[in-house]
Design a protein around this ligand. Structure first.
Ligand code: SAM
Ligand code: SF4
Length: 450
């Protein structure tokens, strides 16, 4: 019997990947995608714990779901299984069941392969399930094959967890210790995704460049080597990877940027702060100059590399001078785009015990940094006007007849093009670059013969 599943995904790309895998796991049980929660027999909230705001959202969303379930029951449309997955589930499992006892299942990122058993239990009305263990069997070994229809640009998790313990971050506690999948399993999943229509693969890991999975000869393989192996996969056009830590930016990985044509010239390499004092307090284990040297090496390997970063402002103890060091670093590096956040104290992390910066000061710093970063992004995009770029067309755009794709530099590109060109790389003449996207025209508009 067909049942409907709605997954609400928050947070990072790894959660997007996990949500896809959960949907695939539930398919054999008859679950198909629902357009909205009120049409669903089961709703999974795949949550993010990285900042307080993201965490608190869970409880308001749960309140709304409880009301939706009551409405469904009152209308005679059957019940609804409510599940909480992801990092909030891992960190606050018991608290969720205390504050929202109507939730049927709470499970962490390392336990979702056990979903079929948990669903069977919930369907029997056997009481709420709390599953926040880190089971010993590797989750990936028990997941089914990838669905036959892939997105043009697909995620592929190659590494999970983190051993870095940056003093502000919950990831090592919610995702557990670093684990790298074996090369053979990754190559097989890549093959399935490409057979399903994917043309671009983004290799995912909380700390993806720490990848050291087992190779065919039993010896560890680096991310640089894995990229070289994947680049040979039939049907693959483009490769990307995220998120990297500066400490693991090895020469072998840097040289891949110059040597592997499929590896796109875009890198998200978070620095968090430009102040050595703050970097030390964050336990990042590198200096601002180390970061500058890594960027120099990367740009020597690939001169057009577009860079992105994450920044935290108002970290405990951050002085005006520390913040100016961040502004200086940003001015020197020049980012194609970046994410910036106000520090958010997370329970159980060492930085949460530090000297807090007042909210208005954080606001002012964030605003200044974002003005600088947004200006760099707008300038970067504007610089493409008149140039021709290869754009991988991914899906329908906002307007009829329009498609949206990505440039090699990760910019969204809007272009009028027929739908049959989705999944192909098209040459696009860029007419204008905006704050967050580019607009262009096909160089060869009539693709009928292509
Ligand atoms: N592993 C990646 C790295 O090392 O950069 C990032 C992982 S985290 C999911 C994404 C970003 O969230 C971080 O780079 C950091 O900028 C931000 N972040 C993490 N903890 C935070 C906190 N407590 N407050 C504000 N931002 C935070
Ligand atoms: Fe968190 Fe990234 Fe630091 Fe790991 S390396 S603790 S995921 S910020």
């Amino acid at each position: 019997m067909t049942k409907k599943l709605f997954i609400s995904t928050h947070g990072c790309q790894m959660n997007v990947y996990d949500s896809d895998r959960m949907a695939e796991l539930l398919r054999p049980l008859g679950y198909r995608p629902a357009a909205a929660p009120d049409d669903a027999d089961m709703v999974i909230l795949n949550t993010c714990h990285i900042r307080e705001k993201a965490s608190e959202k869970v409880f308001s969303e749960l309140g709304r779901l409880r009301a939706t379930r009551r409405e469904r029951e009152a209308a005679g449309n059957g019940g609804m299984i409510i599940a909480v997955a992801g990092c909030v589930a891992q960190a606050e499992g018991e608290e969720i069941l205390r504050r929202a006892p109507y939730v049927d299942m709470v499970f962490g990122p390392q336990a979702y392969h056990q979903l079929p058993e948990m669903v069977a239990r919930a369907s029997r009305g056997a009481g709420a399930t709390l599953n926040t263990d880190f089971p010993t069997e590797p989750k990936f070994d028990t997941l089914p094959a990838r669905a036959a229809d892939s997105a043009v640009s697909a995620f592929l998790t190659v590494q999970e967890g983190c051993d870095k313990f940056c003093s502000f971050c919950v990831v090592p506690y919610t995702r557990g210790a670093e684990y790298s999948r074996p090369v053979a399993a990754i190559l097989e999943e890549a093959r399935q995704l490409l057979a399903g229509g994917a043309r671009e693969l983004t290799l995912l890991g909380q700390n993806v460049n720490a990848y050291h999975g087992e190779g065919p000869d039993g010896r560890p393989v680096t991310l640089g080597r894995l990229i070289r192996l994947l680049a040979e996969a039939p049907g693959l056009e483009r490769l990307r990877y995220t998120t990297s830590h500066p400490l693991e930016m090895t020469d072998d990985l840097i040289s891949a940027h110059g040597e592997v044509p499929a590896l796109m010239p875009y890198l998200h390499l978070p620095v968090q702060s430009g102040s050595d004092r703050i970097l030390a307090a964050m336990n990042r284990r590198h200096s601002a100059d180390d970061y500058r040297r890594i960027v120099d090496k990367l740009r020597a390997a690939r001169s057009d590399l577009a860079l992105s970063s994450d920044f935290i402002v108002g970290f405990p103890g951050e002085t005006a001078a520390d913040f100016e060091d961040t502004m200086t670093l940003v001015g020197e590096i020049g980012y194609a785009q970046a994410y910036s956040f106000k520090y958010s104290p997370r329970p159980g992390t060492p930085a949460a015990a530090g000297e807090m910066i007042e909210e208005p000061v954080k606001d002012e710093r964030l605003q200044r940094l974002q003005v600088l970063l947004n200006g760099q992004q707008a300038d970067f995009n504007a610089g493409f006007a008149g140039r021709v770029l290869p754009v991988l067309l991914e899906r329908d755009g906002r307007q009829t007849g329009q498609l949206v794709g990505r440039s090699p530099y990760m910019q969204s590109v809007f272009v009028e093009a027929p739908r049959h060109r989705i999944g192909r790389v098209a040459e696009v003449r860029i007419e204008a670059g905006f704050g967050r996207s580019l607009k262009g025209v096909l160089v060869t508009p009539d693709a009928a013969a292509a």
